[in-house]
Every structure is written in structure tokens, then in C-alpha cells.
Design a protein around this ligand. Structure first.
Ligand SMILES: Cc1ncc(COP(=O)(O)O)c(C=O)c1O
Length: 373
């Protein structure tokens, strides 16, 4: 007998943490995966009111309280033209738990899960925890995922593929044509498409569309949440949406690992989803301005950087030793290989921070670029 499960030994603490821990206390942090805005006031107030009036003292339904699941279904009708029936969403502890439920409920031992590489760190780890086989797929030059790459890699052992648009860590946004293709592939190959739409609202060019709109079968499950759209990462409130038969299986997992999402967070989320959406627009406008400043600065240094069309990350190609030089000089960025082996030679730069800090960080990056050349 060994001390620990084989599954847990297959995963390790995220490489992003290591960078934070290596950095100076007063470093400029461009490593963060969260907006630097407050949660909208009406959402905070709804939670306070619910707490004060004792409404949050008890478990809610495992699905989440009805007012919230209704608000989530209305959100999908409003933004995605999707008519989700009752019983097709579960409120979760952030997008993280939603991804966990989707993978745990659909992936058998030894089955493959395909995902973008570089990609969000959880896809590989959660696949390993479920006993599955993670398969990272290389991206196009513009850092989007080519549907043809997915289709070519599907075998009879493939349980699911993950689409993430707008994407972490690349900021890439998939085209409508790509999303239609992902839906077709899910339908024709009878493979589950897990569409991670956490950054749905943060799009500067083009528009976000969900493969769920285009699928003819129920082979698409959507992961979304309040963390990025409403700057609510600390509240831990996300959701998973799918057909009732899929949701019923995911609910079995949710019931035992979580019981229900935190009740105060559910009240805040309901208010965020049904209340005024201007705070989202203001945040996106600020991100767009910062992106342009960052891109100009990086291009001036001679770095090649695909134009990120969404989220709040840029992913330039960087010379060897660049990330260490930048971190040593007091600016935290994350090496591309923290997001998969094809991320090597890139760095992820988050611009969820003030313009002043971005400008100061660009000065440091300029020095570092000269030093490694
Ligand atoms: C692409 C992507 N999916 C899911 C998540 C998880 O979101 P949450 O913080 O709501 O658990 C993140 C968080 O960084 C993310 O970047």
C-alpha cells in the first residue's frame, strides 16, 4: 500500500503558483487571472441583505435556488439564444467545480479528453483526477484551436474535447465558423464538447457564440460563471448547463462533493445576472484600452504577439530566458509551459491591472528584452 492515490500523484500544484512564490513582495503582478474591479454594488448588496435577513442560513436545492437557476436560464436566452428547460443547469462553486462535474460525469478510466495546449491548467489535472488520459492539442499560429486538429485526434477512446473561447491563457477568440464545426464534430463523432465560456463577455473583436447553439444533439455542455464577467472570483459561483440527462449525472457528483453552491454567493449572482449590465461594459472597455497599450509596447520591443481578441491576457513569443529576466526585475508573468508543453517559448501576460502598472511593467520588459538579446 502507498500513502497516496495514483490519481493524486498524477497532478501537482499549478506552475502559476510557483511564479508568485518566487516573486518579490512589491513586484508588479501581471500573473493574475482575475479582474481588478470591485464586484458590482447591487450584487454585493443583495448578498448582504440575504445574510442579514437570515435567508442564507440553510442549504439550497442541490441545483441552486430556483431564482438563480431561472436567472441563469434567462441569461442563456438573452445572450446565447438558447432555450434551456428546467433542470438543465447546476449552480456550482465557480467554473472550476463546473469543469470538475462535467469531466467526472462523462470520462471513464483510460478515456481521452482533448483540450487546447497551451490551455487552462484545470483541463489536464481534472482529466487525471477522473482517471482519464489528457491530450493537449497544439494551436494555430493565431493561438485558436483548429476544429480539424480536434477531429483528426478523435479515437474510439475519446470521451470529450474542451473548447475555451475567449481563452485563457491566449486571449484568442474562436470564430463562429469554428464553433459550428465544434458542434458538428460533437454531433457526428458522438463525443462530448465541453465549452468553457467563462470569458464570454470579455470580447473586443468579433462576437462570442456557443457551440451549444449549433449542436443538433445534446453533446455540448457549457461551463460559465460570475467570476470573470462580474469580478466575482472570490465568491465562488459558476454553473454548468446541459441536457437534463447530463445534468442529472453531474448533479450526482455535485451532491456529494459540494451539496450546493454557497447561499450568499447565489444571491449575489442572481442580482449580478438580472441587474444592470453596465459594470460589465465598463470593465470590457477598460480591458480593451489596456490591451492596446500592452500590444503596442510588446510590438515596439520586437516581440511577436498574436492579437488577443478577448479575455485579459496576451501571449507573446519570447526569447529564451526572458521570463526569468522579467521576474528577476520585479514583474510577474507566467511562462507559457505552465499551460502545456506547446506553451514553451511563450509567456502569459495578464492586463487585469492598472494602465500605470502596465506602462511601468513595459519599461521593465524592454530592459529584459535587451538583456537577453
Ligand atoms: C478558462 C477558465 N475556465 C475556468 C476557470 C475557473 O473559474 P472559477 O474561478 O470560477 O473557478 C478559469 C479561471 O481562471 C478560467 O480561466
Amino acid at each position: 500500500m502507498t500513502d497516496f492515490s495514483e490519481r493524486v500523484e498524477r497532478i501537482s500544484i499549478s506552475g502559476i503558483r510557483e511564479v508568485f512564490e518566487a516573486a518579490d513582495e512589491d513586484a508588479i503582478n501581471l500573473g493574475l487571472g482575475q479582474p481588478d474591479f470591485p464586484t458590482p454594488r447591487h450584487a454585493r448588496e443583495a448578498a448582504v441583505e440575504a445574510i442579514e435577513s437570515g435567508k442564507t442560513d440553510a442549504y439550497t436545492s442541490n441545483y441552486g435556488m430556483e431564482a438563480l437557476t431561472d436567472a441563469i436560464r434567462e441569461k442563456h436566452a438573452r445572450d446565447n439564444d438558447l432555450d434551456l428547460e428546467e433542470g438543465s443547469v447546476i449552480a456550482t462553486a465557480g467554473g472550476s467545480e463546473a469543469l470538475h462535474l462535467a469531466i467526472e460525469a462523462h470520462v471513464d478510466d483510460g478515456e481521452e479528453v482533448l483540450f487546447p495546449d497551451p490551455g487552462f491548467v484545470s483541463y489536464e489535472a481534472l482529466t487525471n483526477l477522473a482517471g482519464g488520459e489528457p491530450v493537449g492539442l497544439p494551436l494555430r499560429e493565431d493561438l485558436t484551436l483548429d476544429p480539424a486538429t480536434v477531429e483528426e485526434r478523435i479515437t474510439e477512446d475519446t470521451a470529450a474535447f474542451v473548447v475555451n473561447s475567449p481563452a485563457n491563457p491566449t486571449g484568442a477568440v474562436q470564430s463562429v465558423e469554428d464553433m459550428k464545426e465544434f458542434a458538428r464534430i460533437a454531433d457526428e463523432h458522438d463525443v462530448l464538447c465541453i465549452s468553457d465560456e467563462m470569458y464570454e463577455h470579455i470580447v473586443f473583436e468579433g462576437e462570442h457564440r456557443s457551440p451549444m447553439e449549433f449542436a443538433e444533439t445534446d453533446n455540448v455542455v457549457v461551463v460559465n460563471g460570475c467570476s470573470k464577467a462580474y469580478s466575482m472570483t472570490g465568491w465562488r459561483l459558476g454553473w454548468v448547463a446541459g441536457s437534463p440527462r447530463r445534468v442529472e449525472r453531474m448533479l450526482r457528483v455535485h451532491q456529494y462533493v459540494q451539496a450546493c453552491a454557497s447561499a450568499p454567493a447565489q444571491y449575489a449572482a442572481e442580482a449580478a445576472l438580472t441587474g444592470p449590465q453596465e459594470p460589465v461594459d465598463e470593465m470590457v472597455e477598460a480591458f480593451a484600452e489596456r490591451r492596446d497599450v500592452l500590444l503596442d509596447g510588446l510590438e515596439d520591443m520586437g516581440l511577436e504577439v498574436p492579437t488577443p481578441e478577448g479575455a485579459f491576457y496576451a501571449m507573446p513569443k519570447v526569447p529564451e530566458g526572458w521570463v526569468d529576466e522579467v521576474v528577476d526585475r520585479g514583474v510577474v508573468v507566467v511562462p507559457g509551459e505552465a499551460f502545456g508543453r506547446y506553451g514553451e517559448g511563450y509567456a502569459r501576460i495578464s492586463y487585469a491591472t492598472s494602465l500605470d502598472e502596465i506602462e511601468a511593467a513595459l519599461d521593465v520588459m524592454r530592459e529584459a528584452t535587451e538583456a537577453v538579446r
